[in-house]
Design a protein around this ligand. Structure first.
Ligand code: APR
Ligand code: PHB
Length: 394
C-alpha cells in the first residue's frame, strides 16, 4: 500500500477536477487528482463547446488563454429557426457587448492537462476501485488501485468532481441528501463532421419533426444534433439518413442548409436535469456534473462546472490563508442559486424547442407562438440573451 498526504484530494479529471487542481496550484495549495479513465479517453471524449465570458475570463486570467485566444471563435449571437426562417438574437447588442466563445470542452481539457503536467503535481489515470471514507470526520481518505498497487490518500478535503456516474455522491448517506431529478422523453443524436460551417453562428431549430441544432468547432468542423428517442439505436442511422433528416429540420426557405462532410464521430445522449442538495457534506464538496446535470440545450454544463470550482478554490484559499470557514460554509447555498437559475433556463430552452413524443398539436402551436414572441419582443430576447451569455458565475 502506498500512502499519500495532500491538502485536497480531487476525484475526477474532467473539466471540474482539472480546473480545480489548476486554481489550487495557483494558490499554492497541494492536490492529488484521481481519474478512473485513461488520459486518451478523457481528452478524446466529445462534449460541449460553448464557453461563457466568465469561463473565458477565468482561463485567460489563470494562464490558459493562449490557444483559446487563437482558436476560440467569438459569437455575438445565435439564430432561432422555425417555420423555415432563421431569426437572430443579437447578444452583444442586447447585453451591452457580451458574447459566447466556441472552444471544445476537449480543448479545455487538453489545456488543463498540459498545465497540470507542467506543475509536476500528481494525476493518476486508470484508477480502479476508487472509494472515499471519513469525510464526515477530520480524517478524509481516498482509496484506489492503480497498476495493481493499492493507494491511500489522507487529505483535509475531498472534491467530488467525478461526474454523473461517480462514487462521491453515492457515498453520502441517502437520508442526508436530496436529489431533484427530471428525465426528458427524448435524446440528442450528435455528429461531428469535416465540413465548413455554413453559418457563422449556432442555429437552434424547432421543426414539426423535432429539434435540430447546428453548431461548430472550427473553420473546418461542424457539430450537429437531432432530437431522437432517449434510447435511440444509432445503428439504425446511416450517415445519409442523418444528413437528410438534418436538412429537413434545418433547411430554410432562403436556401440555407448545413454543408455535408465526412462524419468523424457520432453518438446518442439522453437528457436529464438533476440537482443534488446540499453540495457539501463535511469535508466533501461536490462540483460539476457530480452535483448537477442540465440538458444541453442552454449550453450551461461546462460553465457551471467551472463556476463551481472557481467558488470552491476561492473558499479553500480563504481557509488556508486566513483560517476563514465562512466561504466554505456558503459554498453550497451560493452555487445552488446559480445552478437552479441555469436549470430553469435549460429546461425552458429545452421545452420551447423539442417536440414531446405523441405531442399534442396544441403544444406545437404554443411553441411557435413562444418562438415568435422570443424573436420579436425586445424584452423576451433580452431575457434569453442575458441567460445564454452568462448566469453560471452569478
Ligand atoms: N473515480 C475517479 N474518476 C471518476 C470516477 C471514479 N469513481 N467516476 C467518474 N470519474 C471521472 C470520469 O471518468 C470523468 O473523467 O470523473 C470525470 C468527470 O468529468 P465530467 O463527466 O466531464 O464532469 P465535470 O468535470 O463535472 O464536467 C462537466 O462535462 O458532461 C459535461 O456537460 C457537462 O460540460 C459539462 C462537463
Ligand atoms: C455544441 O456545440 O456541442 C453545443 C452547442 C450548443 C448547445 C449544446 C451543444 O446548446
Amino acid at each position: 500500500m502506498t500512502r499519500h498526504r495532500t491538502q485536497v484530494g480531487i476525484v475526477g479529471a474532467g473539466p471540474a477536477g482539472l480546473f480545480l487542481g489548476h486554481l489550487l496550484h495557483l494558490e499554492g495549495i497541494d492536490s492529488i487528482v484521481i481519474e478512473s479513465r485513461s488520459q486518451e479517453y478523457v481528452v478524446e471524449r466529445v462534449r460541449a463547446g460553448v464557453l461563457e465570458q466568465g469561463t473565458v475570463d477565468l482561463m485567460t486570467q489563470t494562464g490558459l488563454g493562449d490557444r483559446l485566444r487563437r482558436e476560440g471563435i467569438r459569437h455575438g449571437g445565435v439564430y432561432l429557426a422555425f417555420l423555415g426562417r432563421r431569426h437572430r438574437i443579437d447578444f452583444e447588442e442586447l447585453t451591452g457587448g457580451r458574447a459566447i466563445t466556441i472552444y471544445g470542452q476537449n480543448e479545455v481539457v487538453k489545456d488543463l492537462i498540459a498545465a497540470r503536467n507542467a506543475t509536476g503535481r500528481p494525476l493518476y489515470y486508470s484508477a480502479e476501485q476508487v472509494s472515499i471514507a471519513d469525510f464526515d470526520g477530520s480524517h478524509p481518505r481516498i482509496r484506489f488501485q492503480c497498476a495493481d498497487e493499492q493507494h491511500e490518500i489522507a487529505c483535509d478535503f475531498i472534491a467530488g468532481c467525478d461526474g454523473s456516474h461517480g462514487v462521491c455522491r453515492p457515498s453520502i448517506p441517502a437520508d442526508r441528501v436530496c436529489v431533484y431529478e427530471r428525465d426528458y422523453p427524448f435524446g440528442w443524436l450528435g455528429i461531428l463532421a469535416k465540413a465548413a460551417p455554413s453559418s457563422g453562428e449556432l442555429v437552434y431549430a424547432l421543426h414539426e419533426r423535432g429539434f435540430a441544432l447546428f453548431s461548430m468547432r472550427s473553420a473546418g468542423v461542424t457539430r450537429l444534433y437531432l432530437q431522437c428517442a432517449p434510447d435511440e439505436d444509432i445503428g439504425r442511422w446511416n450517415d445519409d439518413a442523418i444528413w437528410s433528416e438534418l436538412e429537413t429540420r434545418l433547411g430554410m426557405l432562403d436556401g440555407w442548409r448545413p454543408n455535408r462532410g465526412d462524419v468523424v464521430q457520432k453518438g446518442v445522449t439522453g437528457m436529464r436535469s438533476v440537482v443534488v442538495e446540499p453540495m457539501r457534506h463535511g469535508a466533501l464538496f461536490l462540483a460539476g456534473d457530480a452535483a448537477h446535470i442540465v440538458p444541453p440545450t442552454g449550453a450551461k454544463g461546462l460553465n457551471l462546472a467551472v463556476a463551481d470550482v472557481r467558488a470552491l478554490a476561492i473558499a479553500l484559499a480563504a481557509h488556508y490563508r486566513q483560517n476563514r470557514r465562512d466561504l466554505l460554509d456558503q459554498y453550497s447555498d451560493q452555487r445552488l442559486r446559480s445552478v437552479w437559475r441555469a436549470q430553469r433556463f435549460s429546461w425552458w430552452m429545452t421545452s420551447m424547442l423539442h417536440r414531446a413524443p405523441g405531442g399534442n398539436p396544441f403544444d406545437y402551436r404554443r411553441q411557435i407562438a413562444e418562438l415568435e414572441y422570443v424573436t420579436s419582443s425586445r424584452a423576451a430576447m433580452t431575457s434569453l440573451a442575458e441567460n445564454y451569455v452568462g448566469t453560471a458565475f452569478e
